[in-house]
Each structure stands twice: as structure tokens, then as C-alpha cells.
Design a protein. Structure first.
Length: 846
């Protein structure tokens, strides 16, 4: 201040003095002399205007006159004063600020000019003023102005609120983004929460909107109330909706028109109805109708409240129908469809639902189904068929669609007699649920009633293809088989059905049924394949065995048919007639061997025959004939084969031919596979086999003793090691060694157990492993001992020792290598141990 006074005394530059005055805040002693020397200096005038306005009085400067102008003056006067000042000093930013403060908001051009000349918070506020004037007529310009204002002052809460409100309708996301800093800032108030709620509502975030409305409380503004109520009603928050509606009616009811107030009472009635306040809802609906008798909404709500009461149900329906007549076309169609679903009269229901369809309403599948039922109840079945087809097309749930299809099939079949349409509908229902027995029963009954068995079979097969339960598949195939047999006479289809059932559950009756159909088709090969395995296990019935013979005959296997019939006779069954057997025998040209199955089926019966105890033992332990094993260069099999000559092979042929004769199989050959450890098997042809031979005159006579002798002997020759164990009854290793001339120093219980196990005839390979290491000399002695055992077996089995010994001496070339005394003594020891009364001299001299 002192420096300023000194500057005045020193007559310094006015510019420097003015800057000094501005820095010091303006003192009267400094301002007055400066103002007198610079009457148009606007900054100096601005300081005087703020700190010493009395200094400006009496000044004739146009700038001072403009500075002293206040808001409220006529616009023309303001413009005249500030225009003169602008002419004097130009459109200075400070002058524009004063000017803008004195004019109303509608002076858009001046406000924008002042804001641009003074960027910042003040300029942003002027743009906000301008935008508020623009928004009514020029919404786009107002949006541009607000964006400019936001750039000038990004932190302005008022600008953000205004811009958010302006963008709320078209760009709710951008509006919410502008509002977020306000919501998290210290200047947030209740209106900001309402803004957030309304934006959330427009974005579809109803939960967030409802939470915001509830947080802000019941507002006093009508528009906020009207926006919050639908949010609560959509979310089912009926208590809040009721409070807001009541508040709206209480505060704003007098200012609303009768139509608007009726609408609010209608809303309140709906909310009270949802809250089960039936009396209150009915009262609100009646009040709404009093306010606006033509309101369809009020009438509809009153009708809905009456529907909740059984006494006024019909009245409610009438009100709903009357309300529907007053609604727009789309709403009328929906309401008529709803009323039609509630009506109990089929004629009334059909009329309402049809009218709803004519109005263009898209009826749901359930409504179409009700319409079809109503049409059926009014004897309009043809139209009902068309409607239910549309219901099926509109239905997406499979269970409901199946229900409609079943209903449509019943209608088409029972009412209209349209079997094709009914079957088509039921077929579609089965596709929706293949396990539906009720629908399948309908299809079956319809097909049987109309004689369309082919279609029934096709349906059953399609159901089976989609079925995983084996028991149900079996039952369905059984239906197919019965239909094919009884109604279609199609053995091929029946055979397929029985074949499928056989894969699910194997049983003899099914095999016989399948074979019978195959025989009817002339497929003998397939039929005998189905039956042979069961026949070998003696599980076929007598009819099944007859069927097997017939299938073999069809396949050209007459010899096997005879063999099967022979076995059936052995089993005590009737078998084929003599004429049939004679016919088959006459058709035979060349003998054929038995098959594996036939042989296995014969063996158990043969063992039960009266050939004697020892013959039965021989059969039980018999093993396939010995053959030369090309894979073995040495060992028991190789050497045993070398000890046989042509006479032995011929003897094999004669003996086993005799077996066939003895058991009434004169024209068959038994092929036995050597080297097997699994009982009997069959090969096509081997040198040592059982064949039919006209070159066996020795056994032409029917002498059972001779046959039994050779059978037992040849059994022992094929398995001499088993003969040693089986016929002598050895229990210790020493007994075995003594029988073959070997010595055993150590008694091994383990080896004794092994020898015993060999009696089953299934462990030949283990015996080979024990015999192969023996020296050649011991093997020769073992072979000789085996021959003697075979001879003894034949003598014992024959039962006539004199005849057996004579035959043995005549027919055994290998016995020439044995001493006569040794032979007689050996026989005597064996017979003595066996308890037989026999004198050695008799066979020798006889």
C-alpha cells in the first residue's frame, strides 16, 4: 500500500500501478486516482465493482455503466448498455461475464460466447444454462452443449446429472457411466439413487432397480413413483408396490385425471389380488370402474377378483369377456383365449378360442388342445383333428406332445374311423416314448381290428430297435413271432423273431420253434445247426428230435438222420416209422462218418448198454487212436506206431466195425482224433479209424462175445498205460513197476497220486513226460506188458475164456514174442487175483 502511494507520487506507469492495485486487493486511496486517469479500464472497474462500487458513481464511462447493470433489467436496456461498452473496449471476457449474468437463459448465443471466452467452471455453468434452454426444442444441440460443458469442468456434479438425464432414454449405458462418479462421491443425494434406479430399469436390471428404489424410499415425485411401481410388480414385490401405489394416490390423486386415477386403482387391485386380499382388491377394482366405466383394465381386474369366488365365478367370466371386447385386437385375442380356458361350456369355449384365433392370437399348445376337446364335444371332430395337429406342432415338451398324439389317434380311430391317421399319430407317440405300453396296445388293437398285421410287425420292430431292456425285447419279439405264425404265414419273419429271442434267452423250446420255421422255409442246414447241440445234451423233446431228423433229411444228410433216430430209439423214444427208416436206408449210397455232435451224443448211451462192466470201463478211459505225430522225432507215440503192423491196423478196423454192429449202427463210422485231452473228438479221416468195411468177415457173425473181446483188446492197445492202471487196480508205484518189470527204490506218494489221476484219461501229456526218458529196452518191455494187459482185458470182457484164448492165440502176431509159460502164468495170476475159477490146462489142450 505504501509502495502504491509512493508510486502515485513518483508518477509511475498506470499499467504498473493497476497491477500493483490488483495484487494488493484494491484500496480506495489507490483506486480512485487510477480510475480517474483510466475510466475505461475494465479490470480496474471490476475491482471497484467488487470492493468500492461507490467510486463508480458519477462516472460517464459506458463500461462503468455496464458494470453497474444488474439482472432483471429489460433485455433491450441490457443489450444497449453492454453494446456501448463493447464498442468502447471490445468484447472483453469480463464484460461478457457481466453481460451473461444480466440476461436470461434464452440468450443462447451470448451465453456460449461468454463460456468460450471464460473456459472453466464458470463457463461450464453458462453452457449448462444454455443446454437447459435448448433441451426442450433442440435436444441434439443441448447434448452437444452439455458435452462441451463437461469438457470444461469434468468434476461438475450438476453437469453430469444433466447429461445423464438427457442420455437416459437413448443411451442408458452411457448415462450410467456418467452417473457412477456422482454415486460414489460425497455429493450424492436421494435424487442420484433414483437416477440409478431408473437407469437400471431401462437396462433391464430389475433387481438392481428395485433395490435402489427401496433404498431411496418412497419419492414425492410423480414420475419416479410411476417408474418404480412397474419394477416392483414385475418382480412380484407386491408389498412395496402396494405402498408406492397408495402413496401415489394419496399425494397425487387429486391432480390426476379420472382415467389416470382409475389406472392406479386398477394396479392397486392387481397387487391386492396377488396378496390374497380379495375384499380389498374387489373394492379397488370397483373404485377404478367408478372413476372410468369404460376402462377395460378396471373391468378385467374386477372380473378376476370375482373369479376367485365360487359364487361370482360366472359374473367374473362375463366381466372378463366384456373387458376383452373393449381391448385392442392383440389384447382382446389373448384375453378371449384365457376366458375360453376357464369356461366349462364346450360350445362357449370353442367360440371364444376360435375367435381368439381369428383375431390373430397365437394360441399355446395347451389352449389348442382345449379347443380341440371343445370341438370334439360339439361334434366337430374333423376340425378337432386339424386343431390338435397344430397343438402337436406347437408343443415342445415330449411328454405333453405324446399325450396330444394319443388323443388325436383315439379321436381319428374311434370317432372318424381313420385308421391311417390314427396309426400315424400313435407311431409318433411311440417315437416320443417307445416304452409306452398303452400306446403300443392301441396300435396292436387297431392293426388287429383292421387286419393290418404287416404294419403291426413294422411297429413292433421299430419299438424293439429303441428298447434296451432284454425282457421287454423278448416279449415284443414273441408278439412278432405269434403274428407271423398266426396271421401272416411268414416263417421267415417268425424265424427271425425266434432267432432274436434265442440270442436274448437260450432255451430248448425256442430252439425247436426256430428250427420248425427254418424247416418250413426249407433251410435244413440252419435248422440242424440249431438243434444238434441241444440234442447231444439229450435236452430235445421227442418232437424236437423228429424235427432234427427232418432237418437232416432236408440237408441231404440221410445217414445222420438215421443215426439220430437210432439214438432216440436207444433213449426209449418212438423215433421214426419203419417205412421212413426203410426209405432213408434205401437212399443211402455211400457210408458216411458220424459228426462230432452225433458221436458225442452216442457215447453216453453206449456206455449204459449191456456190454459188461469191463467194456464200460474201457469206453470210459478210451482215448483217440494212436497216430504218428510229425512234430515228434522220438518218444512214446513214435515208437508205439512202429510196433504196429498192417495186421494190427486191420484188426482195429474189424473190432470197431463190430462195435458199430453191436450197438445197431451198421452203416456209420466213428472218427476219433488222436492226441486229444478232452475226451472224444472227431477228425475227417485217419489211417487208424473206425470204418465200415466189407473186408471184415471175421465179425460177420453176430457173436457178442467175439465183439466184446476185440473191443476191449483194441481199447487197451490204444491206451496201454491206462490199461495198466485201470485193469490191475494199482494203488502203489511198486505195483506199476512190478507189472512192467521195473524197480522202484523210493516210494513217492506224489507219484502215486499222479498215476491215480490218470484214470480219468485226461492227462496223457503228463504220462508222456514220464515215459519218454525211459531207455529203449524198457519201452519194449512196457509194450509187451501192454499187449498182455490188452489180451487179459479181452479175455475177461468176453466172458468165455476158452473162446477168448483161442481167438487171442490165432489173431495176435505180437504174442509170438512171448513165452508160452509166461503167458499162461501171467493169465493165471491175473485170473486168481480177479477171483475167477479157471484151470490153466483147459484153454491149452482145448
Amino acid at each position: 500500500y505504501r509502495e502504491g502511494l509512493q508510486a502515485l507520487e513518483l508518477d509511475l506507469s498506470d499499467e504498473d500501478l493497476i497491477q500493483l492495485v490488483l495484487r494488493t486487493g484494491g484500496r480506495r486511496e489507490l483506486l480512485q486516482p487510477l480510475l480517474e486517469r483510466n475510466p475505461d479500464h475494465i479490470e480496474l472497474i471490476s475491482v471497484c465493482r467488487d470492493h468500492a462500487p461507490e467510486l463508480l458513481k458519477g462516472s460517464t464511462s459506458p463500461v462503468v455503466t455496464a458494470a453497474l447493470c444488474r439482472s432483471g433489467e429489460p433485455v433491450a436496456t441490457v443489450d444497449s448498455l453492454f453494446g456501448a461498452a463493447a464498442d468502447a473496449i471490445g468484447r472483453h471476457p469480463v464484460l461478457l461475464v457481466w453481460w451473461a449474468e444480466c440476461v436470461p437463459d434464452r440468450e443462447m448465443k451470448l451465453l456460449v460466447e461468454a463460456a468460450e471466452a471464460n473456459p472453466g467452471p464458470w463457463g461450464a455453468q453458462q453452457l449448462l444454462r444454455a443446454a437447459r434452454s435448448q433441451v426442450a426444442d433442440e435436444r441434439g444441440d443441448a447434448l452437444v452443449t452439455l458435452r462441451q460443458a463437461l469438457k470444461m469442468d469434468p468434476d461438475s456434479v450438476a453437469i453430469r446429472r444433466a447429461l445423464s438425464d438427457l442420455l437416459r432414454e437413448d443411451q442408458p449405458e452411457a448415462a450410467l457411466e456418467l452417473l457412477e462418479p456422482v454415486l460414489t462421491g460425497p455429493d450424492r443425494d436421494q435424487t442420484d439413487i433414483y437416477r440409478y434406479a431408473r437407469l437400471s430399469q431401462r437396462l433391464g436390471h430389475l433387481e438392481a432397480a428395485a433395490a435402489a428404489f427401496e433404498q431411496a424410499g418412497i419419492p414425492q415425485r410423480l414420475d419416479v413413483l410411476q417408474e418404480g411401481i412397474p419394477v416392483f410388480t414385475k418382480l412380484g414385490r407386491d408389498t412395496l408396490a402396494r405402498d408406492w401405489i397408495r402413496e401415489l394416490i394419496r399425494f397425487w390423486g387429486e391432480g390426476l385425471s379420472r382415467t389416470e386415477l382409475s389406472l392406479e386403482y386398477t394396479r392397486l387391485a392387481q397387487v391386492e389380488l396377488n396378496l390374497h386380499a380379495l375384499d380389498v382388491a374387489q373394492a379397488c377394482a370397483r373404485r377404478a370402474m367408478e372413476l372410468d366405466e369404460t376402462s377395460p383394465e378396471a373391468m378385467e381386474l374386477l372380473g378376476r377378483t370375482l373369479l376367485e369366488s365360487d359364487e361370482h365365478f360366472d359374473e367374473g367370466l362375463q366381466l372378463l369377456e366384456e373387458a376383452a371386447r373393449r381391448c385392442p385386437r392383440t389384447r382382446r385375442a389373448a384375453l378371449l383365449a384365457e376366458i375360453g380356458m376357464l369356461s366349462q361350456d364346450p360350445w362357449h369355449r370353442a367360440d371364444l378360442l376360435e375367435e381368439a384365433r381369428r383375431l390373430g392370437g397365437q394360441l399355446a399348445s395347451s389352449q389348442l388342445y382345449c379347443l380341440a376337446e371343445a370341438l370334439k364335444g360339439t361334434a366337430r371332430s374333423n376340425e378337432a383333428i386339424l386343431i390338435i395337429e397344430a397343438a402337436v406342432d406347437h408343443c415342445e415338451e415330449l411328454s405333453t406332445q405324446r399325450q396330444y398324439l394319443v388323443w388325436m389317434g383315439d379321436l381319428a380311430f374311434r370317432q372318424l374311423g381313420r385308421l391311417d391317421s390314427a396309426l400315424k399319430a400313435w407311431q409318433r407317440a411311440l417315437q416320443a416314448d417307445p416304452r409306452d405300453e398303452e400306446v403300443l396296445h392301441r396300435v396292436t388293437a387297431a392293426c388287429e381290428e383292421s387286419g393290418r398285421y404287416e404294419e403291426l410287425v413294422d411297429t413292433l420292430v421299430r419299438v424293439i430297435e429303441n428298447e434296451s431292456d432284454e425282457e421287454r425285447r423278448h416279449r415284443l419279439w414273441q408278439r412278432v413271432a405269434e403274428t407271423a405264425d398266426v396271421h401272416l404265414s411268414r416263417p421267415d419273419l417268425a424265424a427271425r423273431a425266434y432267432g432274436e429271442m434265442l440270442q436274448i434267452h437260450d432255451s430248448i423250446p425256442l430252439r425247436e420253434q426256430l428250427a420248425a420255421r427254418l424247416v418250413d422255409e426249407g433251410k435244413g442246414d440252419e435248422a440242424q445247426q440249431v438243434l444238434l447241440e441241444a440234442w447231444t445234451r439229450q435236452r430235445l423233446s421227442e418232437a424236437g428230435a423228429t424235427l432234427l431228423c427232418k432237418s437232416l433229411e432236408l440237408a441231404g444228410r440221410i445217414r445222420q438222420a438215421l443215426a439220430v433216430d437210432d439214438v432216440e430209439c436207444l433213449r426209449g423214444r418212438n423215433g421214426q416209422t419203419p417205412d421212413q427208416r426203410q426209405l432213408w436206408s434205401g437212399a443211402l449210397d455211400v457210408p458216411e462218418p458220424l459228426s462230432v455232435t452225433e458221436l458225442r451224443s452216442l457215447m453216453p448211451q453206449i456206455l449204459r448198454e449191456d456190454a459188461g462192466q469191463y467194456l464200460a470201463e474201457a469206453w470210459s478211459v478210451v482215448h483217440p487212436l494212436v497216430k504218428q505225430d510229425p512234430r515228434r522225432n522220438s518218444g512214446w507215440l513214435k515208437r508205439r506206431r512202429q510196433l504196429m503192423d498192417e495186421g494190427d491196423e486191420r484188426l482195429f478196423t474189424r473190432c470197431f466195425y463190430g462195435v458199430g454192429r453191436m450197438f445197431r449202427q451198421p452203416d456209420i463210422s466213428l472218427y476219433l482224433e488222436p492226441g486229444s485231452s478232452e475226451a472224444l473228438a472227431v477228425l475227417p479221416s485217419q489211417p487208424l479209424c473206425l470204418v465200415v468195411g466189407a473186408q471184415s468177415p471175421l465179425l460177420r457173425a453176430d457173436d457178442p462175445r467175439v465183439v466184446r473181446f476185440h473191443v476191449a483188446r483194441m481199447m487197451m492197445m490204444t491206451r496201454p498205460e491206462v490199461a495198466l492202471l485201470g485193469l490191475l487196480g494199482l494203488e502203489r508205484t511198486q505195483d506199476l513197476c512190478a507189472a512192467i518189470g521195473l524197480r522202484a527204490n523210493v516210494v513217492s506218494q506224489r507219484r502215486v497220486a499222479q498215476w491215480r489221476s490218470l484214470l480219468s484219461g485226461g492227462l496223457e501229456f503228463r504220462l508222456r513226460r514220464s515215459l519218454d526218458p525211459l531207455p529203449m529196452q524198457q519201452m519194449v518191455r512196457l509194450a509187451a506188458a501192454a499187449e498182455m494187459m490188452a489180451l487179459r482185458a479181452g479175455l475177461i470182457a468176453a466172458g468165455d475164456l476158452n473162446l477168448s484164448l483161442d481167438l487171442a492165440l490165432q489173431c495176435e502176431p505180437i504174442l509170438a514174442r512171448l513165452d508160452q509159460d509166461e503167458l499162461v502164468q501171467s493169465l493165471g495170476r491175473f485170473w486168481a487175483r480177479s477171483g475167477l475159477a479157471y484151470r490153466v490146462e483147459e484153454p491149452i489142450h482145448g
